[in-house]
Design a protein around this ligand. Structure first.
Ligand code: PMP
Length: 360
């Protein structure tokens, strides 16, 4: 008889055993500014209305036609172009995993600029695919076009991810460079617009000119991180193929109803996003006055900041009960001594600025 350790060694994939799990920091009692969440709760009256709506949902049934209502509502909300279809995921994290699953072929690669969202790399690792990270240009954090084109030529990636704006750098990449990457891509290109509610531009009016480009969105940053709802739009023929690897009923009836409710009240979320954009500017200006601190301009609800000593800043802020993300220990040298601050509510940002000043 094998003991449990032996069973794990024998039956769990070696590459899985060696993976590091996606890390979520403990945050009880902290001002939580580490994960680009929207800080605002729904107004009380809407909370009550949502409660009633969720109470009336038939949780004894698998998700059914309401999913189609949600699909249509999201297509309208996003101004989805004609000829496109929309696929739903349990967060865009799930869509990223499913794309890798659908594109896994022996030797297939996923390519993305680095630093970037960790799930692009994790999704490749989970499918035993090759991950090709192409460093951004130091200083400007812009795409390195020659390096991207050379890597595309060399690795012929099945999937290329361009986050627009990018996480953790917060910037929108140059459109002309993106177009040339799209033109050079042998496989699929995903424009990931997770931070679209805070950006000055979107690719939604342009991506559909190319058959092989998908546009990914999420309701997480809009204000529904807890609901877990991501979606992806692309040519109908393409989405039909990727749909085949989706587990049935991946979006629960409660997620679905909460998302529909939020879309009916999208003005409230748009108002919150306006507050956060103004707060982003206020935070950026305050950071700019601190000696030794360099904030990077952002089109997202986060600001990447270079500080004299990221670990000291992170620990000092943690002691002061403000949780941020220390990205300085990531594998990208571009992030040395950087922290990433999520834009919070005005009160949270005041606390964060004070804690940061004392923690430099
Ligand atoms: N894309 C990007 C660029 C992100 O930064 C994130 C989350 N931080 C996601 C996708 C995943 O979002 P979710 O799974 O919450 O939809």
């Amino acid at each position: 008889m094998l003991n449990l350790t032996q069973r794990i060694e024998q039956y769990i994939r070696e590459d899985v055993r060696e993976l590091r799990p996606y890390a979520v920091q403990p945050s009880a009692g902290m001002v939580k500014l580490d994960a680009m969440e929207n800080p605002f709760r729904l107004p009380l009256e809407l909370q009550r209305e949502l409660g009633e709506r969720l109470g009336a949902v038939a949780i004894n049934r698998y998700p059914g036609e309401r999913i189609e209502v949600l699909r249509a509502a999201l297509a309208k909300h996003s101004r989805m172009p004609d000829g496109q279809a929309l696929m739903l995921g349990n967060g865009s994290d799930e869509l990223i995993s499913l794309l890798a699953m659908a594109c896994k072929l022996p030797g297939a690669a996923i390519l993305a600029p680095t630093p970037g969202f960790v799930m692009y790399e994790m999704s490749a690792e989970l499918q035993a695919m090759n991950f090709v990270g192409v460093p951004l240009q130091p200083g400007t954090l812009e795409l390195d076009e020659p390096a991207m084109l050379a890597a595309i030529e060399q690795h012929r990636p099945a999937l290329i991810y361009i986050a627009y704006p990018n996480n953790p750098t917060g910037n929108l990449f140059d459109d002309a460079i993106i177009e040339r990457i799209i033109a050079a891509a042998p496989g699929l290109v995903v424009i990931d617009e997770a931070y679209q509610p805070f950006a000055s531009k979107s690719y939604v009016d342009r991506y559909a000119r190319h058959d092989h480009v998908l546009l990914m969105r999420t309701l997480s940053k809009f204000g529904l991180a807890g609901v877990r709802l991501g979606y992806m739009m692309g040519r109908r023929e393409l989405i039909e193929q990727i749909e085949k690897v989706r587990p049935p009923y991946n979006v629960s009836v409660l997620n679905c109803e909460a998302a529909l409710f939020a879309l009916e009240h999208e003005d409230e979320f748009a108002r919150q996003a306006r507050v956060l954009r103004a707060e982003r500017q206020r935070l950026f200006d305050a950071l700019g006055t601190m000696p030794g601190v360099h904030p990077y301009p952002s089109e997202a609800n986060m600001i990447l900041v270079r500080v004299p000593d990221a670990q000291r800043t992170f620990e000092g802020m943690k002691q002061r009960k403000v949780l941020i993300k220390s990205v300085g220990r990531s594998t990208s040298p571009l992030l040395a001594n950087c922290v990433r601050l999520t834009v919070g509510s005005p009160e949270e940002n005041d606390l964060m600025i004070a804690a940061l000043r004392e923690s430099l």
